[in-house]
Design a protein around this ligand. Structure first.
Ligand SMILES: [Zn+2]
Length: 254
């Protein structure tokens, strides 16, 4: 049976030495769909190149941290990359007020322009939100959105926010943090929305599941997320992996 990792950065330097092995472990253990994610224009080209090499798909966009560095032509550059059939989503884009590496107003502007592009092309969004749920919701609920709108990646808020974003049509991206002992609120959010609104993800090389904390995360570890989901939702592993894979294929088709 197959499963999906809808958020990984396999082109990042931490996979440089052993990426073939990492990908093999993913495929050998049932990995069927992987979305490789870019964080700025140059990085998105690389994300796409690596996705194509291994038969995966790519999302291209500008991360909130990178928002301050784009030039005025970045949307045209993005559209050039999007012409490739293996690009199936726009992102990751969003708001990150935890680290505020780019000023808030710049983050908002670059986020909005990518939402508008996604709506125009009817291509789903991969959204990064950290300590900015209020503003991100405000922006998204006032914007035209693609259909389906996409995913709130590494969802990290409570059940109220979960239900609000699901109501807008978003899937919630659930990964390693759902396995961390202190994150009860996140497991409550998972219960509230149910498996039909969830996408599985790793955010590799970041956010490893509890039993591998401190180590580099990799796509095959999404199995530990599925295990946790089956515990939280009291469903068997096979059903969770099947339904979440179907969710991924439904959102990220082209
Ligand atoms: Zn990411």
């Amino acid at each position: 049976m197959g499963y999906a990792d809808t958020h990984a950065h396999i082109h990042f330097p931490r996979f440089k030495k052993d990426l073939d092995d990492v990908v093999k472990r993913f495929k050998d253990t049932g990995g069927e769909f992987l979305l490789n994610i870019g964080v700025n224009i140059e990085d998105s080209k690389k994300a796409l190149e690596y996705a194509k090499k291994y038969g995966f798909k790519a999302a291209v966009g500008v991360h909130p941290h990178d928002s301050k560095d784009v030039d005025e032509h970045f949307l045209e550059h993005l559209q050039d990359i999007i012409k490739d059939v293996d690009v199936v989503a726009i992102g990751e884009c969003g708001l990150d007020y935890y680290r505020n590496i780019s000023p808030k107003d710049v983050q908002k502007e670059i986020f909005q322009s990518q939402i508008d592009l996604a709506a125009m092309l009817n291509m789903p969004l991969v959204i990064h939100i950290r300590d900015a749920y209020e503003d991100a919701y405000e922006i998204l609920s006032c914007s035209d959105l693609p259909d389906p709108p996409g995913v709130i990646h590494a969802f990290s808020a409570d059940r109220e926010w979960a239900l609000k974003f699901v109501k807008l049509g978003f899937f919630l991206g659930i990964g390693g943090p759902a396995t961390y002992p202190k994150n009860h609120y996140l497991r409550e959010a998972v219960k509230a929305v149910g498996v039909q609104n969830i996408l599985t993800e790793t955010d590799s090389p970041y956010l490893p599941p509890q039993k591998l904390r401190g180590r580099r995360n990799e796509p095959s570890y999404v199995r530990f997320v599925i295990e946790k989901l089956s515990e939280i939702l009291d469903m068997n592993y096979e059903d969770i992996s099947k339904i979440t894979l179907e969710n991924a294929l439904e959102v990220f088709k082209r």
